[in-house]
Ligand binder design. Sequence first.
Ligand SMILES: Cc1cc2nc3c(=O)[nH]c(=O)nc-3n(C[C@H](O)[C@H](O)[C@H](O)COP(=O)(O)OP(=O)(O)OC[C@H]3O[C@@H](n4cnc5c(N)ncnc54)[C@H](O)[C@@H]3O)c2cc1C
Length: 476
Amino acid sequence: MVFAPAMQKTAPETGLSEAYDVVVIGGGFSGASFLLHLVRHLGGRGSIAIIEPREDLGRGVAYSTSDPAHRINTFASRMTVFPDDRLHFDRWVRESGAVEGDPAAMLPDGRMVPQRAVFGTYVGQQLRHAIEVSGVRVDHIRSQASAMMAVHDGWHVLTEGGRVLSASSAVIAASHQPPEIPQSLEPAAADPRFISDPWRETALAAVHPQDDVIIVGTGLTMADIVASLDGRGHRGRIHAISRRGLLSRGQSESERIQFGDFAESPSRTARQLVRRIRTTLREADRAGLGWHPVFHAVGRDATPIWAALDNAERVRLLRHLRPYWDVHRFRIAPQVEGAVRRGLQSGRLSVTAASILGAEMGERIKLDLRLRRSGKFAIAGGDKIILATGVGQNRVFETSALLQGLKESGRARPDSLRLGIDVNARSQALRANGEPNENLYVAGPLARAFFGELMGANQILNHAHDLARSIASRIS
Ligand SMILES: Cc1cc2nc3c(=O)[nH]c(=O)nc-3n(C[C@H](O)[C@H](O)[C@H](O)COP(=O)(O)OP(=O)(O)OC[C@H]3O[C@@H](n4cnc5c(N)ncnc54)[C@H](O)[C@@H]3O)c2cc1C
């Protein structure tokens, strides 16, 4: 069993390093949870390479942050790496002492909301343990995969470090791109006062306590930034702007209650679905339940809901409903919600629904806005701009040399909704002609155009688990 960064190994003269059964590209939550279940299903057989530049597997974009203000956006009891043991992470947190020194992690009612880094540590630890007990050989190659070539019995994967790995199956789990800079802000992009990647570890280092900050985006990332600034003693004003000005909602008291059934004869159009959700919301209200249980039920039934819609209806759903869905479905931790509420109540944080028309990076930054409700023009002024529009969604192929190469060779294509890679029900990437690649798979959010909801850790886990079982069954 080998489980060590293998980047420093020199490639042999032939240019080919050892052959593996499976190469996994990307070691964030998707790649790590897939790998964890693959080794568990392999029964000691096989060899696997995972290519991931980060030192730790399992963290990726979401769980690499060391900012203590960044918390998981649900309760520990709702996140795990074992689909058949939903309370595993909660138990691990309580038993491992992982939140000692962080009293805010425990809510007054006893529920736990740890920092995101704690979840990353948990995933990494469970993965290491699974590898150790499995006896399967796993090499962590600390590099980027830059190109892939189909060969007669699998794939050759080229890393930026110059290694060529060969494997009979490849799994792409390289999901999130940094936020995309809107066209109206492109003139500001090169200015050091424009912080375009809020997930960079040092992203907020340049923000002085008295700076007025403009945040572009009003969802989860904005809430994280407000909580981080709050924790750093920031005293300036914060002006958050998005087209609709929608804020991510908080958690409910009764996380486990679900109300409504959307899987039985699922709606065939976006309009029917909205009507059905509205009717269910009214019924839930009459029953004194509020909206959370309805959204839990929609989330539970997301796969049949998505499967019942044709492409045009999916486009409609994404265009008109996604912003509303996102703020209700991906809620914020109570501690983060508290920071946002304090900001709003004190008047230090303001939220505006407006389109950004342009930016002037003079002595003070000025953004030209058109307000959503009145249509009037306005100006937002500040000392720093932070882009918080969420993960880049629309240019996944354009921003990845690996995917661009696969597209050019006809081996993969963007899905028609431009959410990621076109796959079939077995998560096999489809070629330009629509035929599946027998041994090229996609794990995690890049496959979500086919599966619908594949963004929260639980959906990613279930998908990774099923994919691991299916691939393991093909390795002799
Ligand atoms: C900020 C944030 C917070 C979230 N918080 C929660 C939460 O609290 N609860 C919840 O349920 N869900 C949460 N989510 C959603 C979900 O957990 C994440 O979307 C999930 O972690 C996605 O993991 P991933 O591995 O697919 O993607 P990523 O995190 O993007 O990981 C992909 C990895 O691939 C690597 N990579 C990329 N390209 C290459 C390449 N060419 N070669 C090799 N490696 C490559 C990257 O270095 C990266 O580590 C959050 C998402 C975000 C963005």
